[in-house]
Design a binder for this molecule. Sequence first.
Ligand SMILES: Cc1cc2nc3c(=O)[nH]c(=O)nc-3n(C[C@H](O)[C@H](O)[C@H](O)COP(=O)(O)OP(=O)(O)OC[C@H]3O[C@@H](n4cnc5c(N)ncnc54)[C@H](O)[C@@H]3O)c2cc1C
Length: 443
Amino acid sequence: MGKKIIVAGGGHGGIGCAALLAKKGFDVTVYEKCKRKDIGYDWTDIFDRKAFAAIGMDMPSDDKWCLKNDMTFYGPNMTMALVQNTPVDQLEIQMERKVLYDCIIEYAENCGVKFEFGNAVEAPIMLGNRVVGIKTEKGDVFGDLVIDSCGMNSPVRGQLPEYLGIQHEAQPFERFYVWRGFYEKLECDNIPDKFRLMLFHKGKLGISWVAEEEEYTDVLIGRFIEPDMEEVEKTLAVLREENGHLGEKLVRGGAFAHIPVRQPLAVLVADGYAAIGDCAFMTVPIIGSGIANSMKAAKILAEVICNDKTESYSAAALWKYQKEYWKQIGNSMAPMAAVKLLLTRLQPEEIDYIFEKGILNAEDMTISADTTSLFDMVKDMIEPEALKAKITGLAGNPAVLKKILRMVKDIAAVTVATTLMPASYEVNKVRKWAEMYNKCFKR
Ligand SMILES: Cc1cc2nc3c(=O)[nH]c(=O)nc-3n(C[C@H](O)[C@H](O)[C@H](O)COP(=O)(O)OP(=O)(O)OC[C@H]3O[C@@H](n4cnc5c(N)ncnc54)[C@H](O)[C@@H]3O)c2cc1C
């Protein structure tokens, strides 16, 4: 029998990695707090279809997904509409989360992964510096490696000893509080946009979206400061005034959830431990999409584990996962966290100014499946006419210019910090580096 791998939590990356490892003969069990029927939210997700290939899976059949609609962005005063225009071959796909879970769980089970549903993980079990297992509500479980896929609020990551340098909690403005619900779709002669996304809607620090689907109207209300149901209801009332197809009756979903919108976790590994997915803050910081990155990380982690001939799964051996994740994905995500910080510093009227003066245009807002770095996003910005508008716009508003220059400085600092990541794992060096890296993201 192969080495025993514990996957704490049934996140997408954890299940993907479990499948790849089980295929190679590892003895892998996923411990998931939800019952099988309850896993996954009652809503749809948008992500890069290459995620399936990353975990060695065939693309699910055509009836299980569709291409996403382009979004139309509005600033707070709702006067300028920036419409995405994504080439069809670069469009992400849209899929029901529960269907996605059905597909990846079935695939993992066929690969030999065992699942314990309805068993919450409570804490790591330590032996000296090493994670040797997990405490679950049904008892202690020991293994050769714990893959932490428990999401953003993982009780495993959150209770690791401080000296490992692994951050326990996301900080303020690194967590996006979201309400998502599907409402009755009303007859309406004039549905303004298929997928409308409003930044700082009515001056609130966050976003709202209203998307027309075949059978319902999809609403997401996101804030950096946690909203309560009263605020959600007030926002819904305003959205109904502006979007005639948004009805009163909630037909699906209707839940609060959190999304990490921040830089990737500085340290992904410890002896006997690796973090993946939202637990390692692998979402794209400015849009909160984390499914594809998690499944791509699964491939990297599985390869490192399979190539660890010592079978020690020590932090030193798993550091290759850290380095490779950062090389392929993390180095592109961290600068985007500096862009997100800019968004949290801007005033609503400054966002309107940025839209109106073309400092950001529709091209800039077109984020495709192949937009994997800040460079991909800004490369069209240097087109001469667009650049001229941006420079003129910035010159006309010193306050906005100052904030953008601060972001440029932040991006430079982040880029320097990421290049200084230690080549090999030594706990003190790694901790020092993590402190320096985390300091780049002060609001
Ligand atoms: C409203 C909303 C919309 C989103 N839309 C998109 C989108 O369109 N596209 C996209 O790419 N991403 C989207 N995301 C982000 C996406 O959900 C995550 O980035 C992605 O699922 C990867 O996270 P994860 O699977 O690692 O963590 P999670 O989704 O948090 O999954 C963690 C799993 O661990 C389980 N778990 C948690 N605690 C325990 C415990 N103590 N014991 C055992 N099990 C536990 C949970 O039940 C869950 O099954 C969205 C998130 C939200 C909240």
